[in-house]
Structure formats: structure tokens, C-alpha cells
Ligand binder design. Structure first.
Ligand SMILES: [Fe+2]
Ligand SMILES: [Fe+2]
Length: 282
């Protein structure tokens, strides 16, 4: 029996169970404030154990070149830079959903987290190598792109279990199954919530179209397509949770200005980057 998602009702439910967007709002306000400095950010982070832990783990990963040396939040903030801090805060907020989660057949919160980090690293790499836009924005989009799935998993557990098992039958795509069950897919769900949480428009738009980027409004198409390509590459190499990979049409490559022949090179480079981020993933 399909359970239609009522976005208004869901917003209230989330506000009650999940107050973290308020912390996120504080952090976003601070990083967007031209007068904010490392101290402002430090004062928000230091009272949040999960954020502090993530910040220090990331700063001490081999990725930033000084493993095992950073014990001070202020230095970690300077090392990572404000954009990455923003990504981290957003993801930590979304990640709080996992706190209540238990594994279900064919899905675990940890595997989705791993998939999301993979897509973030890959999207950032594509943005940097092919000049698609701000690299840290692509990282954040990657971290958040499947946030709608987390919400389904957290708030509509019974339907989500049914959706995951139908997904593994591979007869229909995940968004098709979700639309039949909920009346919307995880991309549309994330779009509603992100707009409600006042995240930038390109965030909610790129997320909305991460499964069909060619349908995205022109000004958001590059972000949606970059995200789509990163998502598919990560799924092709089975890194973390993922629905079956979808075909990447030549139109996606030409939209992004990426030569088709670069695909293998990109995959190899991604595998190296993921190795370096191993600590962050533990
Ligand atoms: Fe997705
Ligand atoms: Fe994904």
C-alpha cells in the first residue's frame, strides 16, 4: 500500500525529531558572513562533539598532508578552509539521521555514508580537473546528493525496506519505484527540504536533477550533470551503497566538456583519492 509523502507534515516531524538544522543554520550564517573568522566558527564547532570529531578526523587524514598532527580545532579550521567546513557541517547535520538507524536487508546507513563521501570526492575531482565550478561546492553536493534517501530511511522505514528490495530486483529504477510508493523520489524530497532550510538554490536544483541532469534548468545543468557522472562512476566501482548504475550517455560528457576517452583515467584517479581518505571513512 503506497504511503504518499506529505512534505508539510514531514517538515514538522523532522523539526521535532531532528533539531540539528538550527546548528547548520548558525554555521551557514557564520561562513557566509564576511566578518566571521576562524574564532566564530570555532565557537560553534567546539560545543558539538560529532562535528569536532569529524573536523579533527578529516584534518588528520593523509589527504591534508599532516596526518596525526592536528589536535587544535582552530588549526583544523584554517587547514580545511571555510568551504570544506560548510560541507562538513551540512553533512554532519544530515548524518545525525543515522543515529537512530539500524541496518535493513540490502541497505545500511554506513554504506550510504561511504557512497556519499565517494561521490563528494569524485565530484570535486571532476570539478577541479574539468573546471566545472567551485570544487568545494561540488564536494558538498556529493555529500548531500542522496539525503532524500536518509529521510525516507529514517521516517518511512517500512516503505523504504520494500523499495530497497524492489530495487535489487532491477526491474525499475530507484526513482521510479519511489515515485510509485511515495508520490516523489529522493531527489524531489531533498529539493523541498533544502529549499525549506534556506540552502542556496543551486543546491536544491542540482540535487533535484541528479538522476536526470539533462532535464535541469540550464543554469543548474552543469552541477546536476557533474553530480550524476560522479554518482555513476562511484556506483560502477561498487563503492558503498548504490542502486544499480544507470547508462552515462555521450550527451553528459559533451555537456561537461569531458572527452569520453578520459573515463578510465578518471576512475583510476578516484581510486587513489579514496585511498587517501580512508581515515575519514572509518
Ligand atoms: Fe540518488
Ligand atoms: Fe547516489
Amino acid at each position: 500500500m503506497p504511503v504518499k509523502i506529505d512534505v508539510k507534515e514531514l517538515e514538522t516531524k523532522i523539526q521535532n525529531v531532528f533539531p540539528l538544522p538550527q546548528i547548520l543554520e548558525k554555521i551557514m550564517r557564520a561562513v557566509n558572513d564576511p566578518d566571521a573568522n576562524a574564532t566564530t566558527i570555532e565557537n560553534i564547532f567546539k560545543y558539538e562533539p560529532s562535528l569536532t570529531l569529524k573536523l579533527l578526523t578529516l584534518a588528520n587524514s593523509a589527504y591534508f598532508g599532516v596526518p596525526g598532527k592536528i589536535t587544535n580545532i582552530r588549526i583544523a579550521i584554517t587547514l580545511l578552509g571555510l568551504n570544506l567546513i560548510k560541507s562538513l557541517a551540512i553533512h554532519a547535520s544530515v548524518n545525525e539521521f543515522f543515529r537512530f538507524g539500524t541496518n535493513i536487508p540490502g541497505f545500511s546507513g554506513q554504506e550510504l555514508w561511504k557512497h556519499s563521501v565517494g561521490v563528494a570526492v569524485c565530484a570535486k575531482m571532476l570539478a577541479r580537473d574539468y573546471k566545472l565550478g567551485n570544487c568545494e561546492d561540488f564536494f558538498t553536493l556529493g555529500i548531500l546528493h542522496d539525503a532524500g534517501l536518509i529521510i525516507e530511511y529514517q521516517f518511512f522505514r517500512a516503505s523504504f525496506i520494500a523499495i530497497v528490495s524492489r530495487m535489487h530486483e532491477r526491474k525499475k529504477s530507484l526513482p521510479e519505484i519511489e515515485r510509485a510508493e511515495f508520490g516523489m523520489d529522493h531527489a524531489e524530497l531533498a529539493q523541498h527540504l533544502f529549499a525549506k532550510w534556506n540552502l542556496p538554490a543551486f543546491f536544491s536544483q542540482a540535487l533535484r536533477y541528479h538522476h536526470d541532469p539533462l532535464q535541469a534548468p540550464e543554469s543548474f545543468r552543469t552541477h546536476a550533470a557533474g553530480l550524476f557522472l560522479a554518482d555513476q562512476l562511484v556506483r560502477q566501482i561498487n563503492f558503498g551503497f548504490g542502486c544499480p548504475a544507470e547508462p552515462i550517455t555521450p550527451a553528459i560528457f559533451s555537456l561537461l566538456g569531458i572527452p569520453l576517452g578520459d573515463l578510465e583515467k578518471v576512475k583510476q584517479e578516484f581510486l587513489l583519492q579514496i585511498d587517501e581518505l580512508a581515515l575519514f571513512l572509518q
